[in-house]
Design a binder for this molecule. Structure first.
Ligand code: RIB
Length: 297
């Protein structure tokens, strides 16, 4: 089985469900509290493992209770882990759920601490993997360095989920095989184009722009057309946290299993759609049979 490496962040999500958003200086009572494993990297690794993919997560955690719990939960999900034991606290995220949408504050902690010795350990293992997944909740310079190294190896593919959005280096734009911003992030990642279509045409088959419930659009090189792969509709939306991570993980799973780009996006759209029907970034991530069942309908 082909092997996927997810290199990135892990957090503990402190999830507050509330009917009132407090103003500055105000205290309000919320409805519900949950504590879940999250972080874009860990979420993407779990999404791949739920689908049956062979996935290793490389990340940095503190030697605290949160870090121990994240390690255990990743193992329970059949994610192989390679962890840097940081002196900093493990990453945490405050996730506010309000009116079926969310806002998130992340304190990166150990995620910002990929120290040199750990990076060398990761670099020494790059050749083991076929497909690499990155996000930007770790230092972009770390991502840039690893992507350059991977690009020197034969037959590797790289998917960069540029979230949270920031300006990409020229080499990240060139060396990533797939980049998945939403339509508002195109400019933020440093693509200067008059329209989404112009950006897609500039990066055919590489730039996959997510449009929320509408689906995903990209420029099909063979047909020479901008293509929209629609998302699932009429869902019972409970929590959209982690939907993008489910999309990224499922897309990686499908691409490493040699689906065409269009089929891989269709597969990932269904996985992401199913994921938002439960509260918690990872709670609703589907298994392979759930996605295949929905695709057959
Ligand atoms: O993408 C969702 C994730 O973003 C959450 O799990 C939270 O930890 C933040 O990293």
């Amino acid at each position: 089985m082909k092997k996927i490496a997810v290199i990135g962040s892990a957090n503990t999500d402190l999830v507050f469900t509330t009917n009132i958003i407090p103003k500055m200086g105000e205290t309000v009572s919320g409805e519900r509290f949950e504590m879940n494993t999250g972080g874009k990297g860990a979420n993407q690794a779990v999404a791949i493992a739920r689908l049956g993919g062979n996935v290793t997560f490389f990340g940095s955690l503190g030697g605290d209770l949160f870090g121990e719990k994240i390690k255990q939960e990743l193992k329970n999900e059949n994610v192989t882990i390679c962890i840097h034991d940081s002196q900093m606290h493990s990453g945490v995220a405050q996730v506010n759920l309000y009116d079926h949408d969310n806002s998130i504050i992340v304190i990166p902690g150990a995620n910002a601490d990929f120290e040199e010795r750990f990076l060398e350990e990761v670099e020494a293992r790059l050749d083991e993997f076929d497909f690499f997944v990155f996000q930007l909740e770790i230092d972009i310079n770390v991502v840039d360095r690893l992507v350059k190294k991977i690009k020197m190896l034969p037959n590797k593919r790289i998917l960069l989920n540029p979230a949270p959005a920031q300006r990409l280096t020229k080499s990240l734009l060139e060396n990533s095989d797939y980049i998945t911003p939403n339509e508002f992030e195109i400019e933020q990642i440093g693509i200067d184009a008059d329209s989404t279509e112009a950006a897609l045409r500039r990066y055919p088959g590489k730039l996959l722009v997510t449009l929320g419930a509408k689906g995903v659009t990209y420029f099909d090189q063979q047909q020479q057309v901008v293509t929209l792969v629609p998302g699932l509709t009429q869902l019972n939306v409970q929590d959209t946290t982690g939907a993008g991570d489910t999309f990224t993980g499922a897309l990686s799973y499908a691409l490493v299993n040699e689906y065409s780009l269009k089929d891989a996006i269709r597969f990932a759209n269904v996985a992401a759609g199913l994921s938002i029907t439960k509260v918690g970034a990872q709670a609703g991530m589907p298994r392979l049979k759930d996605v295949e069942g929905m695709l057959q309908r």
